[in-house]
Design a protein around this ligand. Structure first.
Ligand SMILES: [Zn+2]
Ligand SMILES: [Zn+2]
Length: 304
């Protein structure tokens, strides 16, 4: 069931017609602590993994964990198992286009820091599968436990169920500069009237599929080797537990704040999410090129 989220306090496209063409559909995942199974869409949950395919390990040399000196904490290539980050079944996200014959997408990453990687931080891997074929061939049950290391926990999502929820959003950092300049006075007027900058209600800094990347810094869209600009597939963030995108039933009871500014109940705050911390309130963004037949992907990372 999709979550019920507050309506925006204003219609961006009505307020500034220039925004109409910038609206993008996205799917918010709303990961919430739970006990998903291998046949469920999840964040940080068990994956539907074929028995004849070895579990992936990170091949990069010299990855390390925060809080270590980069020496003692570094690990040999091939020694660190990747961890599940997202698994989505086509039935839960019917509006997401899967490659022909595939109906499961899985994102894993190595939860250590990778200096040699231009995007830094974790190192993701993306898999597309066919559910029926994978189940028929048998599933891998002997999945290695995540590597243990100081602060690595921040990058290993807690098992969560998801509630894919379609929403419409507008660009934050992706707003064309000329438009930002020309709309500046009107956006400032909005801020005076409602008390927030428009991106706080128009751009979703959430765990999501499609839409705009949840950048917290300047955009850095990757291109594939053939020069195609890639499309945004996933944003993975330690999403805020307040504000415009917080489901209505998670607002603190009795809060008098407007729906777009309401926090979650304080007690529940730490218990509801995937407990991810990527940089300092940053995110990891996965991109895909559908123009190339082998569906190359790339990632970017930022920290606030
Ligand atoms: Zn690694
Ligand atoms: Zn391409």
């Amino acid at each position: 069931m999709p979550r019920r989220i507050p309506p925006p306090p204003f219609d961006m496209a009505e307020l500034a017609p220039e925004f109409a063409s910038l609206a993008k559909e996205t799917t918010l995942l709303y990961p919430r602590s739970g006990d998903p199974g291998v046949r469920h869409s999840s964040m940080g949950g068990p994956l539907l993994w074929p028995i004849d395919e070895p579990w992936p390990y990170c091949a990069q040399f010299g990855h390390w964990a925060y809080g270590t000196d980069g020496g003692a904490g570094s690990s040999e290539p091939g020694a660190v198992p990747m961890v599940p980050v997202v698994q989505l079944f086509a039935r839960d996200v019917p509006w997401l286009e899967f490659p022909r014959g595939k109906d499961v997408v899985q994102l894993l990453w190595c939860a250590l820091i990778h200096d040699g990687d231009p995007a830094g931080a974790v190192l993701p891997k993306l898999y597309w599968r066919n559910e029926a074929e994978t189940v028929a061939a048998g599933l891998l049950h002997d999945v290695p436990a995540p590597h243990e290391g100081e602060y690595v926990d921040d990058l290993v999502p807690r098992p969560c169920t998801v509630c894919p929820t379609p929403a419409v959003e507008y660009p934050g950092y992706d707003l064309p500069h000329e438009l930002l300049t020309s709309l500046g006075p009107r956006l400032e007027e909005l801020q005076d009237r409602f008390g927030f900058w428009y991106t706080e209600v128009a751009s979703a800094l959430q765990n999501k599929v499609g839409g705009y990347p949840a950048w917290t810094q300047s955009p850095d869209w990757p291109h594939c080797d053939q020069g195609h600009r890639m499309e945004h597939l996933f944003s993975i963030t330690g999403e805020p537990a307040y504000g415009r995108w917080l489901p209505l039933d998670e607002h603190e009871p009795g809060t008098t704040l407007p729906t777009w500014d309401a926090p979650a109940a304080q007690d529940a705050l730490d218990a509801i999410g995937p407990e991810l911390e990527i940089g300092d309130a940053g995110g990891l963004y996965v991109f895909l090129c559908r123009q190339c037949p082998d569906l190359p992907y790339a990632h970017r990372h930022d920290c606030h």
